[in-house]
Design a protein around this ligand. Structure first.
Ligand SMILES: [Zn+2]
Length: 176
């Protein structure tokens, strides 16, 4: 992490652990990255790596987010999912506010090590701040499905929790 990035985090940011220098290996050769046994993640120019998170038991995609080095390190060291919030520009311990912490049962890295996959269990069964189990709660009709109209179709009929009750007046992370 650069000093500029760490300066964005307030001193009381939820960083229970600090990255040990040995957590991430160097990206030396393609063979090393693709076939080796060392974690050597590729962060983009903004210092971020995308992460897809699925329900360990159902396989359902719960969310797609990004991590910075600190988030990835914290996730590895604590076994709970940390992300980087682009809307708030800070480290984000998922569930710190809502109590819906994601317990990471398995973490995988893809072939070129530029994408992370978390397989998680969630207390309370919900993941999405809108109140749904998955962030992907609407279907976009494609091809022949458009014969029934082009509107988004809700795949979850009920919210798992009431976001107003859980978050109160906290600012909505969704930005227009
Ligand atoms: Zn969501």
């Amino acid at each position: 992490m650069t000093e500029k990035q760490s300066a964005r985090h307030p001193p009381d940011a939820d960083a229970s652990t600090h990255e040990s220098p040995s957590l991430f290996g160097a990206r030396t050769t393609i063979e090393h990255v693709e076939e080796g046994s060392a974690l050597a993640p590729k962060f983009d120019a903004g210092g971020l790596i995308p992460c897809v998170t699925t329900d360990f038991h159902s396989g359902e995609v719960l969310m797609v987010a990004v991590m910075n080095r600190e988030a990835l390190a914290n996730t590895i060291q604590t076994g709970e999912a940390y992300y980087f919030s682009r809307s708030r520009q800070q480290l984000w311990h998922k569930g710190a506010t809502s109590g819906l912490v994601q317990k990471v049962l398995e973490m995988r890295i893809d072939d070129d090590q530029d994408c992370v996959w978390l397989r998680v269990e969630i207390d309370g069964g919900a993941s999405c701040h809108v109140g749904y189990r998955s962030c992907f709660y609407r279907r976009v009709p494609v091809g022949a499905q458009r014969e029934r109209g082009g509107s988004l179709e809700f795949t979850e009929q009920e919210k798992t929790f009431d976001p107003k009750a859980v978050y109160g007046d906290a600012p909505n992370p969704t930005q227009l």
